[in-house]
Write a protein that binds this ligand. Structure first.
Ligand code: PMV
Length: 319
């Protein structure tokens, strides 16, 4: 039976994706920018030609909803595919707002194409990963990646690409955890509710292209102060749009605000750092590598766990 294993790292968006212009194809309303992060990873093995479709996620059978999404992505590899067995392992908390779906679907498409003997370009892999989870389009690439909005109605130009390689800039991303439980509202449901009911959604979409252009420039120039301003602005505007939904989508907890205040305090003392938040209460903080330990020690006063992550490489097959 043809088998392949792939490993991918999650990514954290610096300029956010929130909202879809096409639900079925998972096409975004805005372009986004991210950093792929090691050592957190997902390892996925696909056996192409099993007795039945089967998903094993972290040693447990996947839920019906997880299985539906995973096998729908396998159908994209080959609509006449045989039955497949997918075994996937995350080495970090699933559904804690740490974008585990980004590494999961990136590893899945790479392993599934290899097991099926299908040769695809990185852009085609990114398009397929996007169908499983938008942010996964970016985890095909290492380092600094942009996911292009695209124009085509079939979505084939809405894929990620690398804007700077993994060794471009010696930074760290600190993942500050107060709450490792599953999130209350999925990013998919939260986006839909925001676009259907929030009076601020159109303002968010209108503001995103400028943030993306500034974010891209700041990454290329390795300007942490400029990137920090864009990161926090993008995160706050995204969260403002969802907080104004009806009913509101509110991922923040008191710990989120404490961590943000801690970052502001460090910045006032001359340590360049900036925070971002996704569809969960945990906070991520971007710092220069040389400051990572000092900033992590300070954040440990307000958090249960602080992980120090570094720029990670692209999704890859495990020999
Ligand atoms: O890829 P999804 O559908 O899980 O959505 C990701 C949404 C955010 O993490 C909040 C933003 C982003 O760009 O990753």
């Amino acid at each position: 039976m043809p088998v392949a294993t792939a490993i991918a790292h999650p990514n954290i968006a610096l300029c956010k994706y929130w909202g879809k212009r096409d639900l079925a194809l998972n096409l975004p309303s805005v372009g986004s920018l991210s950093l792929t992060l090691a050592p957190f990873s997902t390892t996925t093995t696909v056996e192409w030609g099993a007795e039945r479709d089967e998903l094993v996620l972290n040693g447990q059978p996947g839920t019906a909803e997880e299985a539906r999404k995973v096998f729908a992505v396998c159908d994209l590899v080959d609509s006449w595919r045989p039955r497949v067995r997918v075994t996937t392992q995350n080495d970090f908390p699933t559904a804690a707002g740490l974008a585990s779906s980004s590494s999961a679907f990136a590893a899945l498409v790479l392993a599934a194409c290899a097991a099926a003997g299908e040769k695809r370009t990185l852009e085609q892999l990114s398009v397929m990963a996007r169908r499983g989870s938008g942010s996964a389009a970016r985890s095909i690439f290492g380092g600094w990646a942009e996911w292009a909005l695209g124009e085509r109605s079939d979505g084939m130009d809405s894929h990620a690409f690398e804007i700077a390689p993994v060794d471009h800039w010696d930074v760290r991303m600190l993942v500050v955890i107060f709450d490792a439980g599953p999130k209350g509202v999925s990013s998919r449901a939260g986006m839909l509710r925001t676009q259907e009911t929030s009076p601020y959604y159109s303002a968010w979409v209108a503001s995103a292209p400028r943030d993306l252009a500034e974010g891209r420039r700041a990454v290329k120039e390795r300007d942490l102060n400029a990137l920090g301003r864009v990161m926090e602005r993008s995160a706050l505007r995204m969260h403002a749009s969802m907080m104004a939904a009806d009913p509101p989508v509110l991922y923040w907890k008191s710990g989120s605000v404490w961590a943000q205040e801690c970052v502001r305090g460090l910045r006032d003392q001359g340590v360049p750092c900036a925070w971002t938040m996704d569809a969960g209460p945990n906070v991520k903080v971007l710092v220069n590598a040389a400051d990572a330990q000092t900033v992590a020690d300070r954040l440990r006063c307000v958090a249960d766990e602080v992980h120090i992550l570094e720029p990670g490489g692209p999704a890859r097959l495990v020999p």
